[in-house]
Design a protein around this ligand. Sequence first.
Ligand SMILES: [Zn+2]
Length: 243
Amino acid sequence: MSYQATLTYGDYRIPYRVNADPRKSSKIAIHVDPDGSVTVDAPPEYDASQVSKAVLRRARWVVSNVEDANNRFRHLRPKRYVSGEEVLYLGRRYMLRVEPDADAKPKAKLRGNKLIVTPRQSDSEAVQPIVRAWYRSKARDYYARLIDEKSQELPWITTPPPFRLQDMTRQWGSCSPGGSILLNPHLIKAPRPCIEYVVLHELAHLKHHDHSPEFFRLIDRNLPGWRSHKSLLDNMVEHLVAQ
Ligand SMILES: [Zn+2]
């Protein structure tokens, strides 16, 4: 069970999500994600007022971490979709090259260290949707292959689960109680091991629908280096979701 609450501290009003975790022992754990979102894992016997008191006791820490995260996002310039700009794909940097062609079918493709985009006109409104469609088609193929491969290796999966792409700014993926998976198309910009971690994380939810110690043991067993992949991903989040 989870619900939304707000921390009020001085001029700050910071929303957070509370997850009542039945496997959580006696303590509350507060997490500030790199994108500035706050989640609180609490033992189920804590009521809302106990949770909000505990969060308030650590308000100064929460506020300073949320501010740090927001500052990292603020410094990011929006993409301009012009030749010479950098684009990321599977953790590597490519240079965008825009080659307008009024007669050709709009398309994008990798050649050497360049992503060549052929729009009808050179303005960024014409380039952006082509780049976006290219990322989505690469993401769809890559995730489908990875889910198939992992599904064959992982003993708790009999058939590969259905999945869809979903643009998200605060999550890389999710797994519904019914067992269907959503994956963020921006994740295709990350290094392969980071993508593998996210896919394994969601597939592990097909066995454990929570973030219990058993869930993390399952991930440990199947991808021992996942913590470093996760922190790499956390550190580049603002570059990956920039559009
Ligand atoms: Zn999860």
